[in-house]
Design a protein around this ligand. Structure first.
Ligand code: SF4
Length: 286
């Protein structure tokens, strides 16, 4: 027997290739994660990333049949089997809160992304979950321009899915320093607008800084904050956003830069949250 504690985010905990349950303190229940990036590959390399042995690349070819079997089995186990007992989930957490497409890399990099979203939503529909839950796609947004990714978001939107869109900087320098991403500011803004037009979109932002002499960028810097606010203000002139989820690092980075970054304090997060609220956006802090 394995205990699925709120600290146990090990994607192998339940023994599946694609499915990983998380006993989520944030949501107060079970979060069903779906990981397409079983090769730990991402097209970005964020300095705070908690994926072990992260490599640059895309998700491998998806085994649709196996995904279907795993998701069907897992939902059956949770809804009608002994999953909660075997994993000793607290009785008040025995409820599916969300189904999150979120993996060890960028999920939209998988080939046939829209087919995967259609398959997942179809299987979940068939399982007939008896209470409300939320679909979430956690993405860095860099592939939003691809027609297949947009088709996937359209399907997701039919099920009231939400996109949690990573935005850690409003400058090219900051994005390069924090995310090691080649995406230009212009492209970042365009892609965020595409996402928000297709699907309800939250911006998800990690606030961090670099230790003296270790680099520049990150939203602890005043100029970065101004650029970020300008970017968001431009976006919401064109399309509504659900809001911004601000967070600081809860767990240590597994990347080589781990020792060079500084975490935001709660006060710093709250101060920045106030500035974002001034442009009329909802903000949560964690
Ligand atoms: S986008 Fe996500 S998975 Fe990719 S490097 Fe950044 S934090 Fe890691």
């Amino acid at each position: 027997m394995s205990r699925l504690s709120v600290k146990n985010h090990d994607r192998d905990a339940a023994g599946y290739k694609y499915i990983y349950p998380v006993n989520s303190r944030r949501s107060g229940g079970l979060s069903i994660g779906i990981n397409f990036n079983t090769n730990n590959a991402c097209n970005w390399r964020c300095v705070y990333c908690q994926v072990p042995d992260l490599t640059i690349g895309a998700a491998p070819e998806l085994d649709f049949e196996l995904l279907a079997i795993e998701l069907t089995d897992f939902l059956q186990d949770v809804l009608h089997g002994t999953f909660y007992q075997r994993f000793e989930i607290e009785s008040d957490r025995r409820v599916i809160k969300d189904i999150a497409i979120s993996g060890n890399g960028e999920p939209t990099s998988v080939d046939d992304f829209s087919k995967a979203i259609a398959l997942i939503t179809q299987i979940v529909e068939q399982a007939n979950i008896p209470h409300p839950f939320q679909y979430v796609l956690i993405t860095n947004g860099s592939l939003m321009h691809k027609p297949d990714v947009q088709a996937g978001l359209q399907v997701f939107n039919q099920y009231q899915g939400q996109v949690w869109y990573k935005l850690d900087s409003g400058t090219d320098v900051g994005r390069e320093a924090v995310n090691h991403a080649g995406l230009s500011l212009l492209k970042q803004r365009e892609n965020l607008i595409i996402s928000a037009k297709l699907c309800s979109t939250w911006v998800q932002t990690c606030v961090l800084g670099f230790k003296p002499g270790k680099g520049q960028g990150g939203l602890l810097e005043a100029l970065e904050q101004q650029a970020y606010l300008s970017l968001l203000a431009e976006v919401i002139e064109q399309v509504p956003l659900q809001g911004v989820m601000l967070y600081s690092l809860a767990r240590p980075s597994l990347q080589p830069e781990a020792s060079t970054i500084t975490t935001a304090t709660l006060q710093q997060l709250n101060d920045f949250a106030e500035s974002i609220r001034e442009i009329d956006l909802l903000v949560t802090v964690s």
